[in-house]
Design a protein around this ligand. Structure first.
Ligand code: DGL
Length: 269
């Protein structure tokens, strides 16, 4: 294994770019490859079996690019496919749920924690299980927000309609006295200012994807896989199964680099 080999990132669409953003900051030497399955997004409402199949298809594509580590930058896919993929690959495989859990447990003072995510992630109960196994007496309030991902994928995260949808959706969490809210979907950091505004400044928002990069950084050191000798910044190659135009617009708006030129690929049949 060469340290210059890329790290692979997968998501159902553009959401994993929130993880890439943190990776560019914390791991600027690393070469990275990103694949967003935009054509089949959202994964959130799909049955677990289908999400597992799609996640494998993305994984197999990235394995052809000789990745040294795989980051499942999608909570929905992490919830149902992480264990299986980790067992079958010989490279380290990292998901986003445990890093988000650890950060939430660390941040919360009153142990009243909210979790928002896709229907798939919330129904899997993965965050609850992970939090309860660490803090048995925690009060956890979970809420599926199926309207959020389509807003982000259509580049409407800053629109007035987004403000309205977020405010209406988060109402059930507002009287729960939570001091910490886990953004349990990698698309949600793109809605962060609106979510923060609705929840109020005293609620700490946890960006699971960003937390994941600290774990990736630690694992690169542990497995002696970090690209430490690099003289130039690492490269970022992006692939999407959907429109490259929309992908590039969102990526170049969100990431500090303005040079993303994604390549379209096809997965499945
Ligand atoms: N970004 C994904 C997540 O973290 C999934 C969004 C979706 O495809 O529904 O769960």
């Amino acid at each position: 294994m060469k340290n210059t080999q890329p790290i692979g990132f997968i998501d159902s669409g553009v959401g994993g770019l929130t993880v890439i953003k943190e990776a560019l900051k914390q791991l600027p030497n690393e070469n990275m490859i990103y694949l967003g399955d935009t054509a089949r997004c959202p994964y959130g409402p799909r049955p677990a079996k289908q999400v597992i199949d799609y996640t494998w298809e993305m994984t197999r594509f990235l394995l052809t690019k000789d990745i040294k580590m795989l980051v499942i930058a999608c909570n929905t896919a992490t919830a149902v496919a992480l264990d299986e993929i980790r067992q079958q690959l010989s490279i380290p495989v990292v998901g986003v749920i445990l890093p988000g859990t650890r950060a939430a447990v660390k941040a919360s003072k009153n142990q009243r924690i909210g979790i928002i995510g896709t229907v798939g992630t919330i129904n899997s109960g993965s965050y609850e299980k992970a939090i309860y196994s660490r803090v048995r007496q925690a009060d956890i309030y979970s809420l599926a927000c199926p309207k959020f991902v389509p807003l982000v994928e259509s580049n409407q995260a800053q629109s007035p309609i987004a403000k309205k949808v977020v405010a209406e959706t988060l109402k059930p969490l507002q009287n729960k006295k939570i001091d910490t809210l886990v953004l349990g979907c990698t698309h949600y950091p793109l809605l962060r200012p609106i979510i923060q505004n609705v929840m109020g400044k005293d609620v700490e928002l946890i960006d699971s994807g960003a937390e994941t990069i600290s774990e990736v950084s630690m694992l690169l050191d542990y497995f002696q896989l970090a690209n430490l000798e690099a003289t130039n910044p690492g490269t970022l190659a992006c692939y999407t199964t959907g429109s490259t135009k929309m992908f590039n617009e969102i990526a170049n708006d969100w990431l500090p680099t303005q040079t993303v030129q994604s390549i379209q690929i096809q997965l499945g049949e």
